[in-house]
Design a protein around this ligand. Structure first.
Ligand code: GUN
Ligand code: ZN
Length: 312
């Protein structure tokens, strides 16, 4: 699920679909806060606002909560808003408790998250509802939360607050968090790894039982001049050759991208291509029974998460 920013979106949702996106994710809180977006979404619907007729998942503002410490909406209001604009998958206002906080803080924030998820389940309409699993880096809290939520009326189970682990390359801790959450869930429950968008880690996450990914990385990395590959990231300025055969990389060479005034857009488009190509490679590896070999290749790649295997 590519993240669509309703304020600034260089690659339009129609084109995202052509690149391979069957489903998008956007942020309902951004829409809620901006009068012109809000009015369009309330009168004509979210799908009209984004000009996309496939399924759209909406996040709640929890990420803003984790960055700014507060948001100007409560759980019931943002759930109602997501339903009113016709979101296909709604997300309650969970608290993304960061890694390594005290046990006391992890427990008390998880208790608030669980209350809000129960409240959301009571407000459920015809949209699907996600139940983010929190619990910081305490595996027993993650597992207990997952077990309680799996007995309730939810449709998708995102594993939350893992972005800080991925940003600091703490893949070993990420594995522990995913495994703990999976232990509490039914094997059939759809699991979403919140904020995971680098193709180099998809195979590992899929092998651990994750089904859905979302990320703004394709766009954020592009803004920074970063070129994604299934084995890691390069700064475009460091590349003499482009190891990719997507339409961008066959129409331009590295130097032309570096000098182009559309550098950001070209990189974003390439980043999306490699992201979807990796998804297809993983799906085919599953069919062939070779997923683990793919994971091993990705784990050994020099610019990726070599550390996972070494740390364990
Ligand atoms: N986006 C990235 N992480 C999270 C999370 O833990 N919860 C929500 N709602 N959105 C996120
Ligand atoms: Zn490319």
């Amino acid at each position: 699920m590519p993240v669509v920013n309703p304020n600034i979106q260089t690659i339009k949702p129609r084109e995202l679909r052509e690149l391979g996106a069957g489903i998008l994710i956007t942020n309902s809180y951004i829409i809620y806060r901006k009068p012109e977006l809000r009015e369009h979404a309330l009168s004509k619907g979210l799908h009209s606002l984004l000009d996309f007729d496939g399924p759209i998942m909406t996040d709640s503002g929890s990420f803003q909560l984790s960055v700014y410490g507060e948001v100007e909406v409560n759980n019931a209001q943002i759930i109602q808003f997501q339903k009113d604009i016709g979101s296909d998958i709604c997300v309650p206002l969970d608290i993304p408790t960061p890694p390594d906080v005290s046990r006391q803080r992890a427990e008390s924030e998880l208790a608030v998250t669980m209350e809000r998820l129960e409240e959301a389940a009571g407000l459920k309409g015809s949209s699907l509802l996600a139940a983010p699993i929190q619990g910081s880096t305490y595996p027993d809290l993650r597992e207990d939360a997952a077990r309680k939520l799996s007995g309730m009326d939810f449709d998708v189970y995102p594993i939350g607050a893992v972005v800080p682990l991925m940003e600091s390359y703490r893949y070993s801790d990420l594995v522990d968090v995913i495994v703990a959450s999976k232990k509490g869930l039914s094997p059939a429950a759809p699991v979403h790894l919140f904020g995971a968008g680098h193709p180099m880690m998809f195979s590992l996450a899929v092998a651990l039982g994750c089904d859905l990914f979302d990320s703004a990385s394709y766009a954020l990395y592009a803004k920074d001049g970063r070129y994604m590959t299934s084995r890691g990231t390069h700064h475009i300025e460091d590349l003499q050759y482009l190891p990719c055969s997507c339409p961008v990389c066959t129409s331009y060479d590295a130097n032309e991208i570096i000098k182009s005034e559309n550098r950001e857009e070209l990189l974003a488009r390439h980043n999306l291509y490699v992201t979807f190509a990796e998804m297809r490679e993983i799906k085919q590896a599953i069919r062939e029974g070779s997923l683990w070999e793919l994971v091993e290749q990705r784990c050994r790649a020099p610019r990726s998460f070599t550390l996972v295997l070494n740390q364990r």
